[in-house]
Ligand binder design. Structure first.
Ligand code: SF4
Length: 350
């Protein structure tokens, strides 16, 4: 009898000790995680995946608000090289983990160089997470993600091929980052360069969600069939790109084919035009005119912003504002109070 009582007692002590240990483990390992990102006007996909991972581990996660906050782990996600880094860390953080292209791009002689050794891709167990969209309630009903990574073009002004590889390959299905939201923001560098493009476009069609093709689609891969497939998706906004003049014939042919199949107006179909990278004023203006002729809105992007001249600033102001370029022609546009038109300022005649 005594033996039983003793074992009973031992049993209860052991259970109690296990309970205390579990409690300790819970309180010890429930970390406070803060995530900082430099993508202030756009949700950070990395931040949302990191958040999902930590929440699944039972951690408390929030976005960085102030250096007066407390945390155990701080993540810094930097997408851009031109934004400043976080200077003042929250109180008490024992671990600081940094990653993103912004840390891996260095600028030499006004040229951006990507160095993989300074980049830290997300580990697979985080990369494969469904994004925690609750981090950004202001962007509710939107899903963000990549179906493919990589690009075969290796354009010298772009880091996609250097960072993600020289082949555009499928990395996800839509269901990996979309669960019924009304809008999908697709971030792929070169979806149409992928051998899985038809299947992936079909997933977008089946979703019936409104698609924003945020990055420029590669018009060189637009055939009649591909154009028809893209047009079956519910397009909120589509962007192509006309960056390289050497690809002019193939790009314009693709834009022409797409224009034939779509009923979008130029308000929803844009063409990115890269400037300030080895093109002249005449070449920039030429590309703008060409895409306008085909019924697209040209959207000027500027390589190494801040090193560009006044012409590009004026062209971008006019071109990127639908209301300004609807109200007057660029040649008649008066960008400053001196009253001079762009025709007078830049000697453009047609
Ligand atoms: S085609 Fe687009 S994604 Fe590919 S390297 Fe050129 S700019 Fe980058």
């Amino acid at each position: 009898m005594l033996r039983f009582e003793f074992f009973d007692l031992c049993f209860h002590i052991t259970r109690y000790m296990t309970f205390v240990k579990n409690l300790e483990m819970e309180t010890t390992f429930m970390k406070k995680v803060i995530i900082w990102s430099d993508t202030h006007n756009f949700p950070s996909i990395a931040a949302m995946k990191i958040s999902s991972f930590h929440k699944a581990c039972g951690d408390d996660v929030k976005l960085f608000e102030s250096a007066f906050d407390y945390c155990d782990v701080l993540y810094k996600s930097k997408a851009f090289s031109f934004t400043s880094d976080l200077e003042h860390y929250p109180q008490g953080c024992e671990q600081v983990l940094s990653g993103g292209s912004g840390y891996a791009i260095r600028t030499k002689n006004n040229r951006e160089c990507y160095s993989a050794e300074f980049d830290s891709p997300l580990p697979n167990e985080i990369e494969s997470q469904y994004p925690d969209y609750s981090l950004y309630p202001q962007f509710a009903d939107n899903a963000y993600g990549f179906l493919t990574r990589g690009c075969g073009n290796n354009c010298p002004f772009c880091i996609v091929s250097k960072k993600e590889g020289l082949v555009s390959r499928k990395v996800a299905d839509l269901s990996d980052f979309w669960r019924g939201q009304g809008f999908i923001k697709l971030m792929d560098g070169n979806l149409l360069n992928s051998r899985d493009r038809e299947g992936l476009l079909q997933q977008l069609i089946d979703s019936k969600a409104k698609i924003d093709y945020v990055q420029g689609l590669d018009a060189r891969f637009v055939t009649e069939d591909i154009a028809k497939l893209i047009c079956k998706t519910r397009i909120a906004m589509i962007h192509f790109a006309f960056d390289n003049l050497k690809d002019e014939t193939r790009i314009l042919r693709g834009l022409e084919i797409f224009a034939k199949h779509t009923n979008l107006t130029d308000r929803n179909r844009r063409v990115y035009i890269l400037t300030n990278y080895e093109t002249t004023q005449d070449e920039d203006w030429y590309r703008v005119q060409k895409v306008r002729e085909l019924g697209y809105q040209p959207y000027i992007t500027i390589y190494q912003k801040g090193t560009h001249g006044q012409f590009i600033t004026d062209l971008a102001r006019w071109s990127n504002s639908y209301f300004i370029n609807r109200s007057c022609d660029f040649l008649d546009y008066v960008p400053r109070v001196d009253g001079k038109t762009c025709r007078q300022l830049y000697g453009i005649t047609a």
